[in-house]
Ligand binder design. Structure first.
Ligand code: B12
Length: 521
């Protein structure tokens, strides 16, 4: 049976600039857990080449003729997922369409059977559910009501089966990164891939969707598995790894072990980044030193807030001192910080937003990621904000990319909130571009004059995009094109060329890796 798994092209403007056009780990993991003797699988990461999405999908569906198309989507990508599902059905109505991921898990009871083209929803962890579903479709059995974690279309409604218990990590096979249509992107931040070392988190942050995905739990993959996965990324030409763990710093001793294993296996020539909690990082100076030694160059630090009352509202706990301590340790070890902050909280005033940007600047945060409160489905945060009548946009999930303003506060309107955040961001970019007051610009200056100029130019480009985006409110748009762009042909040719060349080298590299000519594992 032929299975095509697709990840969405949507990225919001900051991530587009940061080239975070990373292949999706979810569909790789689903593919890695299917029996390849029975299933021929292709993975299409549209975010890697987000141009002419319609013709790319149409061409692949007509060429590959899949029996099943699986789509992965976050809430802000759901509209695109619906569009692609309708396109696939228009090409061949017999193709079964499965939606999985965060939106299917968090908003399954809002997804309508009529009007949308999904035949199945996979809720929560998908490896076992997808395997049972694909085997069920392949064998022609219709016993879909016995598959935990599955919702299946019955007439004009979905039947939602009982949730699936959490998987034993040891039973989850490694992701399949070989069946990707597109290889890694080039350019700065190129060769980026996601690797997971654990799933889940014990914290109860009200804005986070993870507790709904895995409950309050923390499960670890073996260090050997993680190392083997990194080796595979490297063998395929990957240069950077983003650890997609929900909270890798929950077990500091184990994280140190992982850093040591990266060093011992000669994998510290790759560059590593990860999300991390301030409490975890602040708890161990040794850990940060080990991360430096393993070549971690960037940490997405969950600071979230600088005011204890606002942190209390987010159920984040009293972490300001931990945040300041973790920032000091990361600076001391030369690791860049992307600081996650949330503004647009019920009590926020313009001064509160300015305070957050001042904190980021005073603590020399390289990339302040100042999200606007986003009431993601099935989060306590959403319930609390709706209860206060502060959610201005409850249903247009397309705008839920963390950048857009979907709420107001008790003190300011949505428009004023959006204006204040954009103004502060422009001021930050102006300082980076004109005064060179930024970690990356400083690092670039140490490297070379040219690199410093390039960094300042990209800050100016972002500044300009910030201005025009505000003017044309294109910040809210996801940067991809459904239709072919005028210059489309050459781009697609380049894309195909890139994937072909990677395929060639990839195959060679993999053979080498398979036959153990790779690292010391
Ligand atoms: C890696 C990651 C990113 C990466 C890349 C994502 C990508 N490649 O698609 C980057 C950094 C780009 C990113 C950005 C954003 N992210 Co993000 N990201 C994550 C993170 C950390 C890990 C996701 C992952 O790979 N997990 C590992 C895989 C194996 O698990 P999985 O994705 O859950 O997939 C499993 C199941 O869901 C299911 N499944 C999933 N898809 C499918 C498809 C099929 C067909 C089937 C059968 C099953 C299935 O099976 C899989 C295996 O069990 C999560 C979670 C977290 N802790 O924060 C947040 C998370 C997904 N992000 C989130 C958000 C909101 C964003 C942003 C929109 C804004 C923001 N606040 O950060 C931005 C902007 C995105 C943009 N592109 O512009 C939210 C989504 C909430 C929602 N309801 O949509 C999450 C859950 C964070 C949170 N804590 O709430 N993100």
């Amino acid at each position: 049976m032929r299975v095509l798994l697709i990840s969405m092209p949507d990225t919001m403007y900051l991530f587009r600039w940061a080239q975070a056009r990373v292949p999706n780990l979810a569909i790789s993991s689903i593919a890695g857990n299917l029996d390849r003797r029975a299933f021929d699988v292709k993975l299409l990461d549209l975010v890697v080449e987000p141009y002419g999405v319609r013709s790319t999908v149409k061409q692949l569906v007509e060429q590959f003729k899949p029996h099943v198309v699986g789509l992965t989507s976050m809430s802000f990508q759901y509209r695109t997922a619906s569009r692609i599902a309708a396109l696939v059905k228009s090409i061949d109505p017999s193709i079964k369409i499965v939606l999985g991921g965060y939106h299917a898990t968090m908003a399954y009871d809002e997804i309508r059977a009529e009007g949308d083209s999904f035949d199945f929803l996979v809720r929560g962890e998908g490896e076992a559910t997808a395997r049972e579903l694909m085997e069920g479709i392949e064998s022609g059995s219709r016993a879909f009501d016995r598959i935990h974690g599955l919702s299946f279309r019955a007439g004009q409604a979905f039947v939602h089966n009982a949730a699936r218990p959490l998987l034993d990590p040891a039973a989850v096979a490694l992701p399949d990164r070989e069946s990707r249509v597109y290889g890694y992107r080039g350019g700065w931040n190129g060769g980026l891939d996601c690797v997971e070392t654990s799933r889940g988190c014990y914290m109860k942050c009200s804005f986070c969707s993870i507790s709904e995905m895995y409950g309050q739990s923390f499960r670890k993959f073996s260090t050997e598995r993680v190392i083997e996965d990194i080796r595979r990324v490297k063998a395929l030409g990957g240069k950077r790894v983003f650890f997609s763990d929900d909270n890798i710093t929950i077990d500091v001793a184990r994280f140190k072990q992982l850093c040591q294993a990266i060093i011992d296996n000669g994998l510290s020539d790759m560059r590593y980044s990860t999300q991390a909690s301030a409490v975890g990082i602040a708890s161990s100076e040794d850990l940060v030193g080990m991360m430096r030694a393993a070549n971690f160059t960037l940490v997405f630090l969950g600071i979230e807030g600088i005011d204890e009352a606002k942190l209390k509202f987010m159920k984040k706990g009293r972490i300001v001192d931990h945040s300041i301590r973790s920032i000091e340790l990361l600076h001391k070890n030369g690791i860049a910080i992307a600081g996650g902050f949330i503004t647009g909280l019920p009590d926020d005033t313009p001064e509160d937003i300015r305070k957050v940007f001042r904190f980021a600047s005073n603590h020399r945060i390289a990339v302040p990621i100042v999200w606007c409160s986003t009431p993601y489905p099935r989060t306590k945060f959403r319930d609390d904000l709706i209860a206060e009548g502060l959610v201005v946009n409850e249903t247009n999930y397309y705008r839920y990319n963390g950048w857009n303003t979907n709420v107001r506060t008790r003190h300011i309107s949505r428009a004023r909130l959006s204006f204040e955040r954009t103004r502060c961001y422009l001021a930050f970019l102006f300082r980076a571009a004109v005064l060179g007051d930024n970690h990356y610009v400083r690092k670039a200056r140490e490297a070379s004059f040219l690199r410093m100029v390039l960094w300042r130019l990209s800050a100016i480009k972002l500044f300009w995009r910030g201005i025009t985006g505000t003017w044309q409110s294109t910040h809210s748009t996801s940067f991809y094109s459904w239709r072919d762009l005028p210059l489309m042909v050459p781009i697609s040719a380049i894309a195909r060329l890139r994937s072909r060349t990677v395929t060639a080298t990839r195959r060679g590299a993999l053979n080498a890796a398979e036959s153990g000519q790779g690292s010391a594992m």
